[in-house]
Design a protein around this ligand. Structure first.
Ligand SMILES: C[S@@+](CC[C@H](N)C(=O)[O-])C[C@H]1O[C@@H](n2cnc3c(N)ncnc32)[C@H](O)[C@@H]1O
Ligand code: SF4
Length: 459
């Protein structure tokens, strides 16, 4: 996907907004949505009998990175994990009593926190319990991925992960500059990361992905150039380059970041521009919102074939899966519903001990939500929208239904971000970095939301 970088435009449109890993976003979930609603949606999804995607949230990390916006528990107490797994198994049993477990698990993901906080025997046991409970693929054809903090694993851990069935590995790197690493409390020598990537390759990983962040304290254009070169040297199949979301009123450890050391807006834009130029010159394709992939990677191929989708794990090729997420704070997406588990670990344990699914809030999508979700998916994955296709699928007259949105799109057209035609919207190369702004115009929930900001900047 070709993109053009225009600093002035980006500055003008830079405001806070969702990343649209779901629509409506989690901000719209309500406590009125209960376990009973979830069960109703599961029944409908069982009738359709599509494939499943399973997600397990493992919240523990043995140190805290000051920038972190994930739902994690920093602890050095490894005796916490048996209790957590015990509850996770019970949750799996409860889910398995509802879901038709003959449905094939096409996608499996362990996220965190740091899933590799678990000990070897715990990793084996959790995977064995999953195989016993659900219908996992045994021939390495599933998309089975895990988030890895390279500081928490050895080459042997990678071998073990591969043996139990993982074939995709996503590694947190963020920045290789020692000064930056010190400022965010994450010391991670390049050699250590490289050794883990080598281990992934030696064990025939299907895909290796690296996470970087720009906008961290003490980052400079020159410093980040080294990070980009190191990342390219590591030769990952995919790269996620996130803009640092600084929301210290929500994420307490971020208060330990010295705000005077954060690069200013201009410096951040320079780093972004350099990132795009360097990665595209190195042969990576821009997929969309923060993501790059090699042209031969499944994501780039799916985008070229118009079959790419977006969900809580970012871009994905598994559109048709119902997502069943387990563990503290995790979010499921089953048949036109979203449901989120308790965010607090004690509340999560209490619900499970009481024999309840720990669902604490969620949403049943209305027909309008489903329609807008399809539009936001199309735009964020393919940067274009075919009105006739939407009209056929949803029985609406696009220009009438979205008269206000069309009006709101016109200034963006005047700025050259998109081409608005009689039956389509095409986001131009200069509009692609600002795709969140385009999607936001179709988000009715966002218009109704007020109060303290909980989204990061769009760039
Ligand atoms: C759960 S972590 C990855 C696995 C592992 N815990 C690690 O750190 O290596 C998910 C990713 O979210 C990104 N991330 C965390 N906090 C962020 C923030 N405040 N802004 C932007 N990205 C962030 C980081 O790139 C991180 O690698
Ligand atoms: S970035 Fe990863 S290792 Fe660091 S605190 Fe967050 S989840 Fe834990």
């Amino acid at each position: 996907m070709i993109i053009e970088f225009h600093a002035d435009l980006i500055k003008r449109y830079d405001k806070s907004g969702p990343r649209y890993t779901s629509y409506p976003t989690a901000v719209s979930f309500t406590p009125e949505f209960t376990q009973v609603d979830y069960q109703r949606h599961v029944t409908k999804s069982n009738k359709l009998a599509g494939p499943l995607s399973l997600y397990y949230h493992i919240p523990f990390c043995d140190t805290v990175c000051f920038y972190c916006a994930c739902n994690k528990i920093a602890t050095k107490d490894y005796s916490k994990t048996p209790t957590y797994l015990e509850h996770l198994y019970k949750e799996m049993d409860m889910q398995a009593a509802l879901i038709d477990t003959s449905r094939q698990v096409e996608q499996l993901h362990w996220g965190g926190g740091t899933p590799t906080f678990l000990k070897r025997h715990e990793i084996e046991a959790l995977m064995a319990y999953t195989r016993k409970t659900f219908n996992l693929l045994d021939d390495d054809s599933g998309d089975y991925s895990i988030e890895i903090d390279p500081r928490s694993v050895s080459k042997d851990t990678i071998k073990l992960l591969r043996e139990v069935g993982f074939n995709r590995f996503s590694l947190g790197v963020q920045d290789v500059d020692e000064k930056v690493q010190k400022a965010v409390n994450r010391i991670q020598p390049i050699k250590e990361t490289q050794a883990i990537i080598d281990a992934c390759r030696e064990n025939n990983a299907h895909s290796v992905s690296i996470d970087l962040i720009y906008g961290l304290p003490l980052q400079t254009v020159k410093g980040f150039a080294k990070t980009l070169q190191a990342a390219i040297q590591m030769n990952p199949d995919r790269l996620s380059v996130f803009n640092y979301a600084h929301l210290p009123h929500i994420f307490k450890p971020q208060r330990r970041i010295n705000e005077d050391e954060l690069p200013n807006a201009d410096a951040q834009l320079d780093i972004l521009q350099q990132t795009i130029e360097t990665l595209t010159q190195a042969g990576y394709e821009y997929i969309g919102m923060d993501h790059f992939a090699k042209p031969e990677d499944e994501l780039a191929i799916a985008q070229a074939e118009s079959s790419l989708h977006r969900n809580f794990q970012g871009y994905t090729t598994h559109a048709e899966c119902d997502l069943v997420a387990m563990g503290v704070s995790s979010i499921s997406s089953v048949h036109n519903s979203y449901s989120q588990n308790e965010k607090n670990i004690d509340d999560y344990y209490a619900a499970i001990q009481a024999g309840r699914l720990p669902v604490v809030r969620g949403l049943s999508l209305t027909q309008d939500d489903i329609l807008r979700k399809a539009i936001i998916q199309q735009l964020s994955c393919h940067f274009q929208l075919d009105f006739e296709q939407i009209e056929k699928l949803f029985g609406v007259v696009f220009m009438d239904y979205f008269a206000d949105e069309i009006e709101a799109l016109k200034p963006l057209q005047d700025d050259g971000l998109l081409n608005l035609q009689k039956y389509s919207i095409t986001v131009t190369p200069r509009g692609r970095l600002l795709i969140r702004n385009v999607c936001m115009l179709f988000d009715v929930h966002l218009r109704q939301q007020t109060g303290q900001q909980s989204f990061s900047k769009v760039i």
